[in-house]
Design a protein around this ligand. Structure first.
Ligand code: AMP
Ligand code: MG
Length: 407
């Protein structure tokens, strides 16, 4: 049986960034930009007014008081048609272009409109350029505005729109199909009959996929029958990643590996030296130019969750072109709780980070939760970390230091 590290290495070996595609900018949130985005214009594109008010020659207000003829009004979307001569002014709305001849903007609040298109201004003598944002002061046409490899956030979307990048070239979000397997499974809205349980994993895995900024595609539940599995697994193989839950252990109805192999998925490993989640299956299928990673996670919900965190998440992040640490573990001290580690598998144990005590700048402290094993999802709802206990026979208690993985 291979170690978690070796399994992760094999998974990442098969998880290359997806080929970049042009995507409508409004759908690119969370994607990695695959080329520099440059501007097709200066920003601002003209000398623009930063206020609603009057464009004037500075000399006209040298005394701090003036009465000027309003010769024109420029609203948003319009352009000035007249040069501002001495003794005259153009009324301008915020953002509109400054007319030739004018050197400063006076805020409308400092003015009073008199009869006969005349405005009275009382304000300090203006400095040239007052309340004017000069053309190109943010950036120039041809400049790189968002560099390649940036993860696109809401502000980048606004910026890409500003510079006319309507379809940026991005590494697309991986599409992840999710298939729950098991004769015993019914939907969350159903009343389970004896022997039945509700399907936790399908919706939970779909939510985990959404949280890594990939696109989940839930295929529902496959019965533990070859035909049903064939049909739904074949559909899942149309995605970049297929995540199955259940059916990979040693039971008589654990048919998933058989069907995967039959459908051309090449097994890379089956079983990892970890607890929970040992029966995890991983393989790849290459068909024409579609490369699909397939994860068969054991059905117990916590096993599915841990398998996702350890292997599916890093793979999806790599495929999305992100450059992140696959397992961002750190050292922490056990503050409360204890655990007896036994055996040759690494244990991933739910824990919660404790608030730092005032005045202490030492290692983070964690509390080990009281956990009932791989079917106990409720305890996981409280956890925000997995404490990692290496193989061996050892009691861990308060004061001991361990590696932890945030979840
Ligand atoms: P399996 O890996 O198929 O042997 O399933 C192991 C355990 O997990 C069994 O008790 C299943 O009933 C349970 N299980 C399997 N799939 C799910 C699921 N989608 N939601 C909740 N529990 C499940
Ligand atoms: Mg099963």
């Amino acid at each position: 049986m291979i170690s978690v590290d070796e399994a992760l290495r094999l998974v990442l070996k098969h998880a290359d960034p997806l080929a970049a595609v042009r995507t409508p900018v409004g759908m690119s949130l969370g994607c990695i930009l695959a080329e520099n985005a440059t501007s097709d214009l200066d920003s601002p594109p003209w000398d623009k007014s930063m206020v609603d008010g009057y464009a004037i020659r500075a000399a006209d207000l040298a005394t701090g008081m003036a009465e000027l003829t309003v010769q024109e009004e420029v609203v948003a979307g319009a352009v000035p048609t007249l040069v501002v001569p001495p003794g005259a002014t153009t009324r301008i709305m915020t953002g509109a272009p400054i007319p030739e001849g004018a050197e400063a903007m006076v805020m409308v609040e400092r003015t009073e409109l008199l009869a006969n298109d005349c405005v009275r201004i009382e304000d300090a003598p203006p400095k040239p350029g007052q309340n004017i944002l000069r053309r190109g002061s943010s950036f120039r046409r041809g400049e790189v505005i968002v560099p390649a490899r940036t993860m696109i956030g809401p502000v980048h979307i606004g910026l890409l729109c500003e510079v006319g990048c309507a379809e940026p070239l991005v590494t697309p979000r991986p599409r992840v199909a999710i298939l729950s397997t098991g004769n015993e499974l019914v939907g969350a809205a159903e009343e389970p009959r004896p022997g039945q349980i509700r399907n936790s994993n399908g919706p939970m895995l779909a939510a985990l996929v959404s949280k890594v900024d990939a696109t989940p595609h839930e295929l529902g539940v496959a019965r533990d029958e070859l035909d049903d599995l064939r049909r739904l697994i074949a559909a899942g193989l149309e995605s970049d990643v297929l995540v199955l839950s259940g059916g990979v252990s040693a039971g008589v109805l654990d048919l998933v590996p058989i069907v995967l192999t039959e459908l051309g998925v090449e097994r890379v490993f089956h079983k990892v030296s970890m607890k929970p989640g040992k029966p995890l299956w991983f393989g790849v299928r290459q068909k024409e130019d579609r490369h699909t990673l397939v994860f068969g996670l054991p059905g117990n919900p916590v096993s599915s969750l841990v398998g996702f965190e350890l292997f599916v998440r890093p793979a999806v992040e790599r495929m999305a072109g992100r450059d992140v640490t696959p397992h961002p573990t750190f050292r922490a001290q056990i503050g409360e709780g204890k655990f007896h580690q036994r055996g040759d598998r690494t244990t991933y144990y739910p824990a919660v980070r404790q608030p730092a005590e005032k005045g202490e700048a030492n290692q983070p402290s964690i509390r080990l939760l009281s956990w009932h094993g791989s079917a106990d999802l409720r305890t996981l709802a409280e956890a925000n970390l997995l404490a990692i206990f290496p193989p061996g026979d050892r009691e861990y208690a308060g004061g001991d230091t361990v590696d932890v993985l945030p979840i």
